[in-house]
Design a protein around this ligand. Structure first.
Ligand code: PEP
Ligand code: MN
Length: 347
């Protein structure tokens, strides 16, 4: 439920309501709006019971949240959440584009791709250091060394970095190097991992599971917010369907729907959705038209030689072309895209 405080409620009155909620078995989550404070109260409805709240001084009304997810719902918070990571803010009219290789392979290709995607307007560098692979014999990532390279590339270019954590034991390590921590599709319902990234203090990019419903995806996000980490970016990356001519099926309906159901930003991964670099441009444009707040795109200097996901990776030139088309589309939808960097003749 949501406790809406009166605009004139004092700090003591708000604290008294929170104390009462805690005594009754709820966890209060306070949102300080421009004109009033609202307190989201979450807890096991079987265990948590509260009476007489509406009679406490400063309380305007109590509103039940009907959806099973609470803190992520628009009922809890009507305005869009803005998630800040390094130089970018994700969730508003400005589109946030994240780009880079599927996996960090070596320093020279990483820094070259980072500089090129930045030049085309990307603001976040992606790259896996811990890779969840279908086969235990496939390249598993450079791990700690990969994190160091990513963070160095982020510092040298001014890009924020996003990278995946696959094991709960590595959350602190990854949080030391990353600006945004990615939870991959295969771990979307790894609840221990979700709680741990909820405690890490860094923004989290939560990918939708391969076979997860929208409600399961939002419930997964709820785990992170329940730990008082409200910095969650949702990422639609395609789901498994009967269709096998694409790697996954990009669920455009889910993008539009989740924007209505939740205040959290939603971005789209056109690379893992289609599994084919030729589909990345049309899927990206469709995603933005459906209301996505940004994209995460795989880019590789030489896709044919990529350690993983080369088939769906764009060359830097193709990425630059994509960004040009996104920049053309954005104003028609009331969106903006950071201008590409002026070529100063340097790196
Ligand atoms: C990735 O981003 O490289 C990745 C493994 O994505 P997903 O978890 O969506 O498959
Ligand atoms: Mn990949």
């Amino acid at each position: 439920m949501i406790v809406v405080m009166q605009g004139s409620a004092t700090g003591e009155e708000i604290a008294a309501v929170e104390e009462q909620l805690e005594k009754s078995g709820f966890v209060p989550h306070r949102i300080q709006g421009a004109f009033r404070t609202v307190i989201g109260a979450v807890g096991d409805p079987q265990a948590a019971k509260v009476t007489g709240l509406e009679r406490l001084p400063g309380v305007e009304k109590i509103v039940p949240i009907t959806a099973p997810y609470k803190l992520v719902s628009r009922q809890f918070k009507a305005e869009n959440s803005m998630i800040k990571a390094g130089p970018v803010s994700i969730g508003g009219e400005a589109l946030a584009v994240m780009a880079g290789p599927c996996a960090v392979e070596n320093w020279s290709s990483l820094i070259t791709v980072a500089r090129l995607v930045k030049k085309s307007g990307a603001r976040v560098l992606r790259g896996g250091a811990f890779k969840p692979r279908t086969s235990p014999y496939s390249f598993q990532g450079l791990e700690h060394e990969g994190l160091k390279l990513l963070s160095r590339a982020g510092k040298e270019t001014g890009l924020a970095v996003v990278t995946e954590v696959v094991d709960v034991r590595d959350v602190d390590l990854v949080a030391r190097y990353a600006d945004i921590i990615q939870i991959g599709a295969r771990n979307m319902q790894n609840f221990t991992l979700l709680r741990e990234v909820g405690r890490c203090g860094k923004p989290v990019l939560l990918k939708r599971g391969l076979a997860a419903t929208v409600e399961e995806w939002l419930m997964a996000a709820e785990y992170i917010l329940a730990e008082k980490n409200y910095q969650v970016i949702l990422c639609e990356r395609g789901i498994r369907t009967f269709e096998c001519s694409t790697r996954n099926t990009l669920d455009i309906s889910a993008v539009a729907l989740v924007k209505q159901l939740s205040h959290l930003p939603v971005i789209v991964d056109p690379s893992h959705s289609g599994g084919n670099w030729r589909l990345v441009l049309p899927l990206s444009l469709a995603a933005i038209a459906a209301g996505a707040n940004g994209l995460i795109v795989e880019v590789h200097l030489n896709p044919a030689e990529a350690f993983c996901d080369g088939k769906q990776s764009l060359t830097p030139d193709n990425f630059s072309h994509l960004m040009g088309r996104v920049a053309q589309l954005a104003p028609a939808l009331g969106r903006t895209l950071a201008a590409p960097e002026q070529d100063t003749g340097g790196a």
